[in-house]
Design a protein around this ligand. Structure first.
Ligand SMILES: [Zn+2]
Length: 256
């Protein structure tokens, strides 16, 4: 009996070591050579913030993953007033919903392994920050372009989602850019970085959210830099379908 217990003990230890060596030594973890500080921050509506540091979870292998992220945020579908978010810092002060951080980190690492250096230029923005961006934009249009307030508001709303209606407020979107570029312009579509994203973003659950031929449907200008997380399953289907998220969700409504 003692012998059986001892053998079982050894077996458990060996399996444990095997799993550990696989986790530590797996050559396919895609994260080698990246220095990613992942910090979790919880922001609640009362503005209080708590911070803890955690490791990177791995991407789940389930077929239909992350259904929680499969919903619309747009002019017609604002975030609820009691929206709460738990974020993780990717690098610098760029934060996203904690649950999509592993996917984003893995996508950046995978791009890097292919010699593509992507920069997260913009990520999660609080509703208050979005409000401030709006006010600055309206002011600039009036001052620099000589627009009336009404025109400036309309021009701003064409370029910038209303506070609470931006996917950046939901923590599910990132604006990606080339490492050495700071401007987000349509010319990003001519870069190797954009080409890589078209080939690969859906494998990590991200979609090109505002395509060139869907401006009428999305109501947002063509943004080759804006990527939205909806989970690997739906991202793969959507990118294959050529539909934008509004059209895709109409065909395949989220199931609760
Ligand atoms: Zn964006």
């Amino acid at each position: 009996m003692k012998r059986i217990v001892f053998i079982s003990f050894l077996l458990i230890i060996s399996v444990g070591l095997l799993i550990l060596s696989f986790v530590l030594g797996g050559e396919d973890d895609g994260l080698k050579g990246t220095s990613v500080a992942l910090t979790t921050t919880t922001t609640t509506t009362d503005g209080s913030i708590t911070t803890t540091t955690e490791g990177v979870d791995s991407m789940p292998a389930s077929e239909i993953d992350n259904l929680w992220a499969f919903y619309l945020v747009n002019q017609m579908n604002p975030l609820p007033p009691d929206f709460e978010i738990e974020t993780a810092i990717i690098h610098d002060d760029r934060e996203v919903d904690k649950r999509i951080a592993p996917y984003l980190v893995e996508m950046l690492a995978s791009a890097k392994a292919d010699g593509i250096y992507l920069k997260v230029q913009s990520a999660y923005r609080s509703v208050e920050y979005q409000q401030m961006l709006h006010e600055i934009s309206i002011e600039n249009f009036m001052k620099d372009a000589g627009m009336t307030e009404e025109e400036a508001i309309a021009a701003t709303e064409r370029e910038l989602a209303l506070p609470g209606t931006s996917e950046h407020n939901a923590g599910l979107a990132v604006d990606l850019n080339s490492r050495d570029s700071w401007e987000l312009t349509e010319s990003f579509e001519e870069t190797d970085e954009f080409a890589w994203l078209q080939e690969n973003c859906f494998k990590f659950g991200f979609i090109l959210r505002y395509p060139k031929d869907k401006v009428d449907v999305t109501g947002i200008i063509y943004e080759p830099w804006h990527y939205r997380f909806i989970g690997v399953h739906h991202a793969t289907q959507l990118m294959e379908s050529g539909l934008c998220l509004e059209e895709y969700i109409e065909k395949i409504p989220p199931t609760e």
